[in-house]
Design a binder for this molecule. Structure first.
Ligand SMILES: Nc1ncnc2c1ncn2[C@@H]1O[C@H](COP(=O)(O)OP(=O)(O)OP(=O)(O)O)[C@@H](O)[C@H]1O
Ligand SMILES: [Mg+2]
Length: 271
């Protein structure tokens, strides 16, 4: 069996413009990205560079223009059934209660209702929401909604977890609490995680490895860093360690120019 849970091999993604189909935009070019079983890998890059695009490719939701995706050594066809996906945007169904949101995936899988409910309850309590199962998304805080989304993803016990800036909308305290909770859940089960963020501190604090993407167009990895900080980690405390600061300096050196380029592009687009 392959050492790798997920391999994106020489992936390129070119989009056609909606207004002018003759016009093309290559978001991602020749990108190779691998995640080992049990490994926590973060991808950082400036806004609009192609992070969500890559994650969609790994989830099997977007077919790349060229390249191959392998899941535990097998070429991926269609949706990646071994992966759970936590989206960048709010993805809870507003007409379903918290518990019904958590158990929807189990229902699709045909798990009997009583059993699905029991597993969903267990996950709600694991993410600190026991007793909140009857609430609807609009009756929950932003942090609570993210917890429900986390339970919704993890209840399916995926071997690969894809997370797209899951906590970027949260205040810093809630965010750090949730980051620590994710690390605790991850260390208990050691799934492969591909975590997208534009927050370098978060990437370093959480990961075994950080991959830096260039600004678009034709985004591709321009740096890769092994994060050799001891675990278990507390995301707030780890930031004060000299090694953290050293890694941050090294990675920021690579990322800084790309962030500036990405920002300039956005301003140009807006003009
Ligand atoms: N379906 C599509 N059609 C046309 N262009 C697209 C499509 N999806 C993405 N793009 C373009 O590809 C580029 C990368 O988009 P993507 O959403 O992957 O960026 P991102 O790195 O996730 O950004 P952010 O950090 O803001 O979430 C952007 O320029 C975007 O406009
Ligand atoms: Mg994105």
């Amino acid at each position: 069996m392959s050492d790798y849970a997920l391999e994106l091999l020489s992936i390129s993604c070119t989009f056609h413009s909606k207004d002018d189909p003759g016009q093309r935009y290559t978001a991602v070019a020749d990108t190779t990205l691998r995640v080992r079983a049990g490994e926590f890998v973060s991808v950082v890059g400036p806004t609009g560079c192609g992070k969500s695009t890559l994650l969609n490719v790994g989830a099997g939701l977007l077919e790349p223009s060229s390249g191959t995706i392998k899941v535990f050594g097998q070429a991926l066809q269609g949706v990646n059934a071994r992966a759970g996906y936590m989206f960048q945007t709010e993805a809870l169904m507003p007409w379903r209660s918290a518990i019904d949101n958590v158990l929807v995936g189990l229902q699709y899988r045909g798990v009997p209702d009583a059993q699905a409910r029991e597993q969903a309850e267990a996950w709600l309590s694991r993410v600190g929401l026991s007793g909140f199962g009857d609430r609807y998304p609009h009756q929950l805080s932003g942090g609570m909604r993210k917890r429900v989304a986390l339970a919704q993803t993890l209840v399916l016990d995926p071997d690969i977890i894809l997370m797209d800036e899951p906590f970027s909308a949260l205040d810093i305290q809630t965010r750090q609490l949730m980051e620590n909770e994710v690390l605790e859940l991850w260390s208990a089960k050691k799934k492969a995680v591909l975590f997208i963020t534009h927050d370098l501190d978060e990437a370093i604090a959480m990961s075994d490895r950080v991959v830096v993407l260039s600004a678009g167009p034709a985004t591709h990895p321009i740096g890769e860093f092994v994060i050799d900080l001891a675990r278990p980690r507390d995301v707030a405390e780890v930031r004060t360690q000299p090694r953290f600061v050293e890694l941050h300096t090294q990675i920021w050196e690579v990322l800084r120019d790309e962030v500036l380029k990405g920002y300039a592009q956005q301003l140009r687009k807006a003009a």
